[in-house]
Design a protein around this ligand. Structure first.
Ligand code: SAM
Length: 383
């Protein structure tokens, strides 16, 4: 396991007990000669508390499990040369050399989690051991709420997605006719999750349509929806490109829709003035045959690298394109890399404000990669 996997696993699976970070890499820039981290319970919430020591004082900072995960990785990569992580599985000593190489030594665990610590499970939006109708029907958990081990990754993915949705809605007033479309919904785990989130956790009577090209999948999803009495969740058979909707659409979701189906979804969302767009692209083939950059040829000559660069360039350009249309765009990790490499989520929130630099950035970026005749542009301007 690499460092990232060790940290992700100990935090996500609630095995983290204690961390100590000493010997700062850059003493002149870093006031803290030592940092410790441990899980605590504050106001009935499980968090990770960091204690940061200067020569004279100690400062406390509280992080959610997710933030702590990122902070610990940053402290290892950028901050300290000597790190000890204690988990219920193993003790890890991590030594970072001057040149940045990392040596990890793994030993038998020397610290035991107390029962109280063990019970400080990561707080999910949908929690384990709490019955949840759609997760039961989709075979993710049993009637009592116990998540089947084979479905644990799905369970985490659903929760991660809902955390992003929850965060995207902060400060927003939600109307009962809030309208969402999920393009390329497939078997619709995340569409059902969205409906559950709004109805059960936010008490908002949203309307959701899931659209997909596969008729049998759509029939199956409508059956499940009927069984659950999710009256305002409908699944429609059809192609994103020919789908039309007359009324206001507040949010467009498109998760792992194949190749340019993502672009078609984004263009529809922009044209419909959707306030929030959440998109996890997948199999971005279009740019693979189009990108060219002589200086970067030593990299791009390798098919594997070219494929990865193409995906990153595609998503960056999609982000820039949405910026040119008055959206604030963030690219964020959807689910940890070890579960799937298709893990970038594009979040775009309508600002309505013109972004003067975006157009120029977009054009310069295209020029740099020699990109022309792009689907997203053709679809936007010629449709
Ligand atoms: C990889 S699945 C993802 C399913 C689901 N969104 C998820 O994340 O679990 C991609 C889905 O997009 C659908 N799809 C691809 N192109 C489409 C298009 N042009 N119109 C509608 N659905 C499309 C496929 O049929 C497939 O079910």
């Amino acid at each position: 396991m690499n460092i990232q996997e060790i940290v992700n696993r100990s935090i996500e699976e609630n095995k983290f007990i204690y961390g100590v970070f000493t010997t700062p890499k850059n003493k002149s820039d870093n006031p803290y000669k030592k940092i410790t981290a441990r899980p605590i319970n504050a106001k009935n919430k499980s968090i990770i508390q960091f204690e940061k020591f200067t020569d004279k004082q100690a400062f406390h900072e509280n992080y959610s499990y997710e933030e702590a995960n990122e902070e610990i990785i940053n402290l290892i990569i950028d901050g300290y040369k000597n790190i000890n992580l204690y988990t219920s599985e193993a003790d890890y000593q991590i030594i970072v050399s001057k040149k940045g190489s990392v040596k990890v030594t793994e030993k038998q665990p020397s610290k035991k989690q107390t029962t109280e610590e063990h019970n400080k499970k990561k707080q999910y939006i949908i929690n384990e051991n709490e019955p949840c109708d759609f997760l039961e029907l989709l075979g993710v958990m049993n009637k009592q709420g116990m998540v089947y081990s084979k479905k644990y990754d799905k369970f985490k993915q659903i929760n991660k997605f809902l955390e992003i949705v929850d965060d995207s809605l902060k400060g927003r007033e939600l109307r009962d006719d809030f309208m969402i479309i999920d393009f390329g919904c497939g078997k619709a785990y995340l569409t059902f999750a969205l409906y559950y989130y709004f109805y059960h956790l936010r008490q908002v009577k949203v309307k959701i349509i899931g659209l997909d090209l596969k008729e049998e999948v759509i029939n199956y999803c409508n059956e499940i929806s009927n069984k659950l009495n999710y009256d305002n969740l409908k699944f429609v058979y059809g192609d994103i490109r020919s789908f039309d909707y007359e009324n206001k659409i507040d949010m467009i979701v498109t998760l792992h829709a194949c190749d340019t189906a993502t672009d078609a979804s984004l263009v529809k969302a922009i044209k419909w003035n959707a306030d929030i767009i959440l998109s996890v692209p997948c199999c971005q083939h279009e740019f693979y045959d189009k990108i060219k950059n002589t200086e970067l040829e030593p990299m791009l000559k390798h098919g594997l690298i070219k494929e990865r660069v193409s995906s990153l360039v595609t998503d960056s350009l999609r982000g820039l394109f949405m910026e040119t249309k008055g959206y604030k765009v963030q690219l964020m990790e959807f689910i940890a890399m070890e579960h799937t490499p298709k893990n970038i989520l594009i979040r775009a929130v309508k600002t309505g404000k013109e972004n003067k630099n975006a157009e120029q950035d977009y054009n310069n970026f295209k020029k740099f990669w020699h990109l022309e005749d792009l689907f997203i542009e053709n679809y936007y301007y010629k449709q």
